[in-house]
Design a protein around this ligand. Structure first.
Ligand code: NAI
Length: 332
């Protein structure tokens, strides 16, 4: 089947081409994001493969449907970037990658926590300049501290298990209770209690209308003073401007983000030679106690290999009229 792969990076092309030997699809790699302007590049492609910052709203879906697209395959677990109701109305099926290494994201979240708390990025920058001073590099032991996890699903539970290994007390908040989390010694509490008790909070829930700005002024005001917040889930979970206010007062002691509310116009591109007009991200990166990475938590060989394999399997299943095991329920 002919499939247009939007937002395709070099590593995507290499891995898709390698795995596709077994599937034989006709793959059209497009480096650009999917937008109303680029949708026409997928003319004649029944399958369109997208990533997290592609615009898959009603307008773009209507354009794609008009060109013959019948399947959207997102190379992600989250699908908040897709208007699934509009897809259903246009009879476009939507599939995602439900299961790929939760370790990739959970391990990265732990990496961000360690780098932020122990000032590893800062120390590395210093030593490159011949500065071996220790002032300003003080962190705290994670052993014995309380870690609050919002969203105790696949990634949240792997993160919980790693933090249990560090000797942390685990608190959780989720719309559904998960036995695995409780077996790890985790205790479910309300959001305010989690905020008040946790030295570290890590976000692992999806972005939905219910979770949009789940970390906003109200929650930030309840934080244990100096708590660290890690977000490897979706930018829209955090009210970034409110987080900046609480960083300034010291109520929020540190922030590490791999995702950002306005990331679509920034991430996955080299903007080092341009003037970045997003003042919020510029303000954030100016804080010594903020770490920003560009949505790379998923970027391990194992995770990408599984994403590519599952995506190609879904396209084959669709082509052959087989059940779509990774279909998003509300889509056609
Ligand atoms: P999952 O579906 O296994 O777990 C999500 C958990 O969030 C579930 O336990 C669910 O009940 C809970 N949840 C839903 N609504 C909630 C609410 N209102 N309050 C609290 N908890 C709520 O998903 P998984 O695989 O663990 O992925 C979690 C998220 O991680 C994804 O939705 C995605 O946004 C993000 N992600 C980020 C990546 C990155 O590269 N930075 C890569 C992969 C996923």
């Amino acid at each position: 089947m002919k499939a247009a792969i939007f937002s395709a990076r070099r590593y995507d092309q290499a891995l898709f081409n390698k795995s596709n030997v077994q599937f034989g699809h006709e793959l059209l790699f497009i480096g650009d994001r999917l937008t109303p302007d680029t949708a026409r590049l997928a003319v004649g492609c029944p399958a369109v493969c997208v990533f997290v910052n592609d615009q898959v709203d009603a307008e773009v879906l209507a354009l794609l449907a008009g060109q013959g697209t019948r399947l959207i395959a997102t190379r992600s677990t989250g699908f908040n970037h897709i208007d699934t109701a509009a897809a259903a109305a246009l009879n476009i099926a939507v599939v995602r990658v439900v299961d790929y290494s939760p370790h990739s994201v959970a391990e990265f979240a732990v990496g961000l926590l360690l780098a932020l708390n122990r000032k590893i990025a800062r120390a590395s920058t210093r030593t490159r300049e011949g500065n071996f001073e220790l002032d300003g590099l003080m962190g705290f032991d994670l052993y014995g501290k309380t870690v609050g996890i919002i969203g105790t699903g696949k990634i949240g539970n792997v993160f919980a298990k790693i933090m249990q290994g560090f000797g942390c007390t685990l608190l959780g908040h989720d719309a559904y209770l998960n036995r695995t989390f409780e077996q790890l010694g985790g205790r479910y509490v309300g959001m305010d209690e989690l905020a008040a008790l946790s030295h570290v909070i890590s976000l692992h829930c999806p972005l939905t209308p219910d979770t949009h700005h789940i970390v906003g002024r109200q929650l930030l005001a309840h934080l244990r003073r100096g708590a660290i917040l890690i977000n490897t889930s979706r930018g829209g979970l955090v009210d970034t401007e409110a987080a900046i206010e609480f960083l300034k007062t010291g109520q929020l002691g540190g922030l590490a983000i791999d995702v950002y509310e306005q990331e679509a116009s920034l991430f996955f591109q080299d903007l080092s030679s341009t003037i970045i007009t997003d003042d919020v991200i510029q303000r954030l990166v100016s804080f010594p106690n903020v770490l920003v990475t560009g949505h790379q938590a998923f970027l391990t060989e194992e995770a990408i290999g599984q994403i590519v394999q599952t995506t190609l399997e879904s396209i084959t299943a669709f082509e052959q009229g087989q059940p779509l095991v990774n279909r998003i329920p509300s889509s056609a």
